[in-house]
Ligand binder design. Structure first.
Ligand SMILES: [Fe+2]
Length: 661
């Protein structure tokens, strides 16, 4: 295998043997480390970057030692077995690509060539050898290959939809006048004098609250401005404006500044007279998608879900082993099914000190070898999101309202993550409230609960270790409900939205190339078909082929099959499995809360299952295009069950399983 992901793939099928029982006797507990990265990882020099130094800014605390985590908090056997199967699919996919991609021929417009590049000979339609399922599952069946490759960001509407129903719905927000001064922005741009129409359009949309923006200048831009971009690689942090078309109720992109960190740089628009064939506009969208992929990779997915969730998990295990928190505590019984297994996958991201195998964030591993940021730029992306992070601000309804996505004109636009996420948020809110009400009578009961306080204080200490307030120990029942609702949602629906969408979102390179292969254009006039094609990984060159293969492999590895009954107990047949995973005493009010939660998910017209199916059906029926319904619209990811419409080759778990990958 020529891939940089070999170590990662090995890690996914090699569970670590737990020494938890002996560690427990020795009171050796899983604990936080604030130096999970070694000096080898943190030091950088001019052999890789234009700058040299030691990276010393804050990133989330990490786990001290994976083998201290008990077996039943690590990957299940079922999971490891399924990853063997996934790896077999990955290998078969790679062989297929290697055999069929070379020698293909491409022709047509720039967009046609790009589509052919990432389609012809690319997708293995056969089952992997040794797939013992009956019948064996194709790796990519022909109908799904069409869905994967026929809707892409060449189309402006699809480009906009992917910001709302793709892998990273966490960037778009209302462009408020206080933060985005349109006249100022346009006046500084090199082509600003030609953009008076654009200025009128944007200013008027801003007044009507129909101007939205995907702004990468802070999060991705912090890596660009500090030159944490690997030598001979390219990274930009664009600003992209959208307006809501009130008639069609669609969002459409209207302006992109690729080099968003340079105010004097060019603003690309769809109607630029210097861009007769639309090549420059297409290239500008590809740069946005590339920046989006960087934000998603280490920010929305691994930092904002995996790392945050592990902080609660480490604190719980640490306090359990120290004897301060009972494993039978009602809040542990509530949260445990969501907190297990994240340790194992995170250990393949940054491996515990002393491990032989290094994680993908470490020196000379996947991120270093493939991504434009390398490891250090990626640490910077994480830091830019974590520096002023607060757990409460990341709660689903807070995000929607802070970014002004829950009302006004955008309220009429299909926004699958918002609309389906809300269904889960409401159900989880009721579940958590019922558990808290069944456990605590008053606010003082909460602060008098030594076990709970030990757990929450340990979590708080980890979040706030650099004296920044990112988490507050709950002091009232309402606080406690808010924290656990947010936690359970982050472990489940939020993670699923960024994880399960990774294959439909990024497997087709043109929807979000992990790597751009040429410098960004300085203006529209200088962009030709050749410029666009040379900016993307070319499947007919060794370097381009390797990038494409790495990207496909990564998103396949991140979407292996998980049984729907794993961990949180999502069986649709009865509440038995869910009760097993939340083993409250028979006849207790907490047990009743679990039964009610199961019913809220599965039974009746108002159930999560029914409401999300209704959302999906309305979205799907709205589609009148000639291509198959785009994933960004059907958006099966938050279904209560594993959707047969997508199939397990595209979807790794139902929404309520814990973070396993
Ligand atoms: Fe994940």
């Amino acid at each position: 295998m020529t891939l940089q992901l070999k170590t990662f793939l090995n890690a996914l099928v090699t569970p670590v043997k737990s020494k938890f029982e002996t560690a427990k006797k020795a009171k050796q507990a899983p604990d936080f480390v604030f130096n999970g990265l070694t000096s080898k990882d943190l030091n950088y020099d001019k052999s890789n970057y234009p700058v040299e130094g030691t990276y010393n800014k804050t990133t989330p605390a990490w786990l001290n030692e994976i083998s201290l985590v008990p077996d039943d908090w690590q990957w299940s056997e079922y999971w490891a077995e399924n990853n063997v199967l996934r790896n077999a699919q990955i290998e078969a996919q790679q062989k297929y690509m290697a055999k069929n991609v070379p020698g293909q021929s491409y022709s047509g417009s720039t967009a046609e060539i790009i589509q052919q590049w990432y389609t012809k000979g690319m997708w293995n339609p056969d089952p992997a050898e040794g797939d013992k399922r009956n019948p064996p599952l194709p790796i990519f069946d022909p109908e799904k290959i069409k869905r994967l490759t026929e809707n892409w960001i060449n189309d402006d509407a699809e480009f906009a939809r992917q910001r709302l129903g793709g892998s990273n719905p966490n960037v778009i927000k209302l462009a408020k006048a206080a933060e985005y001064n349109i006249a100022n922005w346009i006046s500084k741009a090199s082509n600003g004098s030609n953009l008076s129409n654009l200025q009128t359009t944007l200013t008027s949309a801003q007044k009507n609250n129909t101007l939205f923006v995907c702004d990468y200048t802070q999060v991705v831009g912090s890596a660009v401005t500090q030159q944490f971009v690997v030598n001979k690689r390219f990274l930009e942090a664009p600003i992209c404006y959208f307006i809501v078309d009130s008639e069609s109720k669609n969002l459409k992109p209207v302006a992109i500044q690729i080099k968003g960190t340079d105010p004097t740089s060019y603003i690309f628009t769809p109607e630029d007279s210097n861009d007769k064939d639309g090549d420059a506009w297409l290239l500008a969208k590809l740069w946005v998608a590339n920046a989006d992929a960087q934000w998603w990779f280490s920010g929305s997915h691994l930092m904002n879900c995996h790392s945050i969730v592990m902080l609660f998990g480490i604190a719980a295990l640490n306090q359990i082993i120290s004897g301060n928190l009972s494993e039978d505590h009602p809040m542990v019984i509530l949260a445990k099914p969501f907190l297990t297994q994240v340790f194992s996958i995170n250990n393949a991201v940054i491996s515990a000190p002393g491990s032989e195998e290094k994680g993908i964030y470490q020196k000379d591993q996947f991120c270093d070898l493939v991504l434009p940021t390398g490891r250090v730029g990626l640490y910077q992306i994480i830091n830019s999101l974590y520096e002023d992070y607060h757990f409460d601000n990341n709660a689903f309804p807070t995000q929607m309202s802070n970014r002004c996505l829950d009302s006004g004109a955008i309220g009429d636009v299909f926004f699958p993550y918002r609309d389906d996420g809300k269904v889960w948020w409401d159900a989880i809110t009721s579940f958590v409230s019922n558990i808290v009400n069944a456990t605590y009578t008053s606010d003082t009961d909460v602060t008098n609960d030594k076990g709970l306080m030990a757990w929450m204080n340990a979590t708080q200490a980890a979040f706030n270790h650099d004296n920044k307030t990112r988490f507050n120990t709950p002091e009232t029942k309402a606080d406690l409900m808010a924290v656990f609702t947010n936690l359970l949602y982050t472990c489940s629906a939020k993670h699923t939205s960024v994880n399960d969408a990774m294959l439909p979102g990024w497997a087709f390179t043109a929807n979000g190339p992990f790597v751009m292969t040429a410098a960004a254009p300085k203006d529209a006039a200088s962009v030709s078909q050749e410029t666009v094609l040379s900016s993307l990984p070319n499947p007919q060159t060794d370097a381009g082929f390797t990038i494409i293969q790495n990207q496909i492999t990564f998103v396949m590895a991140g979407t292996a099959v998980v049984d729907e009954e794993e961990t949180a107990g999502m069986s649709q047949e009865s509440d038995e499995v869910m009760l097993k995973y939340h083993p409250y005493k028979d006849g207790s009010p907490q047990q009743q809360a679990v039964k009610d939660f199961w019913n809220a998910i599965w039974t009746g017209d108002g159930s999560v299952k029914a409401r999300i199916m209704e959302n999906q059906s309305v979205r799907i029926n709205s589609w009148s295009g000639s291509s198959p319904v785009p994933y960004s619209l059907s958006y099966y990811y938050l279904s209560a069950f594993l959707s047969p419409c997508v199939g397990p080759e595209y979807l790794n778990s139902s929404t309520m399983t814990s973070i396993q990958i």
